[in-house]
Write a protein that binds this ligand. Structure first.
Ligand code: NAD
Length: 269
């Protein structure tokens, strides 16, 4: 990590009392789950790979759904283990300053690493559950995948026989309003927004960066490549998240800084 930028990021983290983290697929590449837009990303290697990832295409094309179920069975997510970046965020949470992890990831690795599930907001849903596009019933993904492994090409909803899909947000699909509301609050209510492993090219997730900056937060962006929001950030680190996040999470709180504390309530008059 370049020493000047590194020192600035460490100083911001040291003086922060309320840290919100925004993560993307780059946080999980070291766990063997490819991202979309990085140099080895699924969409970088195959420009057509994202073609079927809209809700409209999924609903309209039975063959696409069958391929999607087959691909899910072989997903690296089921065997992936949390890496140094996920573990570093658990450490930061234990130091009492990390309030919320807003993630675009659908792999569940923050929770698997030990992040408090109540503090993890999955903006784009989760691959670990299914939802029926007819009646809205949800269920465990493992139940649907058992059926696929048993020979069903496209498992349907056990309740209404409707079209089943992973509980992830496809292009053209609305985000969960309550999850987005809480993510925006977390962006507004932080001293530091630490952004890690995301190209910041998907809205409304990327917009959280300017929201936090406008509300007065210091933004630290750690991503291997430039992002459209680098100019908004106080510090930009084009470095591996597996190096940067453990480094930042090991920074002790400075105890002072520009953020004041209300102190012990028993001393209030
Ligand atoms: P993206 O693919 O657009 O961008 C990932 C970024 O991370 C790239 O700029 C890449 O250079 C960078 N990167 C990769 N490995 C890195 C590392 N070790 N250190 C530092 N930087 C690294 O991903 P995104 O911005 O999260 O895009 C959003 C969409 O991708 C989301 O909808 C998300 O659901 C989906 N996605 C999720 C997963 C997952 O859950 N693990 C995997 C692939 C895609």
């Amino acid at each position: 990590m370049p020493s000047q930028a590194c020192a600035e990021a460490r100083a911001l983290v040291a003086s922060a009392h309320r840290i919100t983290v925004l993560t993307g697929a780059g946080v999980s590449t070291d766990s063997g789950i490819p991202d979309f837009r990085g140099p080895a990303g699924l969409w970088t290697r195959d420009a057509d790979a994202g073609r079927g990832s809209s809700l409209q295409a999924y609903l309209a094309d039975a063959e696409l759904r069958r391929l999607a179920w087959r691909a899910k069975l072989d997903s690296p997510v089921w065997t992936a283990r949390p890496n140094a970046a996920h573990k570093a965020l658990v450490e930061l949470e234990r130091s009492g300053r990390l309030r919320t992890v807003v993630t675009q990831n659908i792999d569940g690795l923050h929770q698997k690493a030990g992040s408090d599930p109540h503090r993890v907001l999955e903006l784009h849903g989760t691959l670990h559950a299914t939802v029926c596009l007819g009646c809205g019933a949800t269920g465990p993904m493992r139940d649907a995948l058992k059926r696929v492994a048993g020979g069903e090409q496209e498992p349907d909803c056990p309740r209404c026989r409707g079209i089943l899909k992973s509980a992830t947000i496809s292009f053209g699909q609305e985000l969960d309003g309550e999850v987005l509301r809480r993510a925006r609050l977390a962006a507004l209510d932080c001293d530091v927004l630490l952004v890690a492993g995301t190209s910041l090219s998907v809205q409304p997730a990327a917009g959280l960066v300017s929201l936090a900056a406008k509300a007065g937060a210091q933004v630290i962006i750690c991503n291997a490549e430039p992002t459209p929001y680098d100019a908004v950030a106080a510090v930009v680190l084009h470095e591996p998240v597996g190096d940067v996040l453990p480094d930042l999470s090991s920074v002790p709180p400075s105890g002072g800084g520009r953020f004041s504390s209300w102190g012990d309530p028993s001393t209030w008059s």
